[in-house]
Design a protein around this ligand. Structure first.
Ligand code: FPP
Length: 248
């Protein structure tokens, strides 16, 4: 079910600054390969880039940052890479929790937790609980996440409520589905950034990005920093968002 977090859904007074930025962090493998390093070295460097971007967000007025850390399709990678990434998530949660709190970041995970190791699930729940009182930035981390699976799971949850007679089928509105998603209670992304020159959405936040602006940048994720974020925000600021209406 959705977890309302008191986000005001009305458009913000300063429309040229995104409130919610989502990022597909792509290019870690290429970054490493170009340097003759193992792919995991690129992911480790990618974790450093996560730290830098999390630090920068509040300065740019960003309230919510959503990062695509591991997709439901990423299990197809080698066992070595998958276990290396899982260890990296463990290390990130262990090492960053104090820093995240110091920065006022509230962490929330989206994706299917059932498919993850029990100790990782415990660490995720612990980090969410530990940071629940913070309010400078909401950091949403997508792990074992797929947009279609998320929509199907939300539909199943609502269907069960209809079947039990708790709600009427007519109550299955767009708003009801929005709230039943893993991201329930969060504002939709205003800006979706993908690094490394690829121009695909790759099953990320399919429902939520209906009106997002897309910015594709050539930087590989480990090279993405505060200046790269500022450039992406400048591109966003130059766009005219109409939400289906006619330009005035
Ligand atoms: C895509 O690059 C990146 C990933 C699948 C993993 C993203 C993970 C991190 C940045 C690590 C840390 C994250 C957190 C939240 C602590 P790729 O491997 O597909 O790159 P390629 O296309 O160049 O091969």
């Amino acid at each position: 079910m959705g977890r309302p977090e008191n986000f005001d859904e009305t458009p913000r007074a300063e429309p040229r600054r995104p409130r919610h930025v989502a990022i597909i962090m792509d290019g870690n493998g290429r970054w490493a390969t170009r340097r003759g390093l193992p792919r995991l070295a690129g992911h480790r460097k990618g974790a450093d880039a996560v730290r830098a971007v999390v630090e920068s967000c509040p300065d740019f007025g960003i309230e919510v940052l959503t990062l695509f850390a591991f997709s439901t399709e990423n299990w197809k990678r080698s066992t070595e890479e998958v276990s290396g990434l899982m260890n990296l998530f463990r290390r990130y949660m262990r090492r960053e929790s104090a820093e995240l709190s110091r920065r006022g970041a509230k962490v929330r995970f989206i994706g299917d937790r059932e498919g993850l190791a029990p100790d990782i699930r415990e660490m995720m729940a612990g980090l969410e609980a530990q940071t629940a009182g913070n309010d400078r930035l909401t950091l949403v981390i997508a792990i074992n996440y797929g947009g279609r699976a998320e929509i199907a799971a939300a539909a199943r949850r609502l269907a069960r409520r209809v079947a039990s007679g708790e709600i009427d089928a007519e109550a299955l509105t767009e708003a009801a589905l929005t709230n039943a998603l893993d991201t329930g209670g969060l504002p939709p992304p205003d800006l979706l950034i993908r690094t490394s020159g690829e121009q695909r959405i790759s099953n990320f936040l399919l429902w939520q990005c209906a009106y997002a602006e897309f910015v594709f940048v050539d930087d590989l994720w480990p090279d993405f920093d505060r200046a790269a974020l500022a450039r992406a925000l400048a591109q966003y600021g130059a766009r005219e968002r109409r939400f289906g209406a006619v330009a005035t």
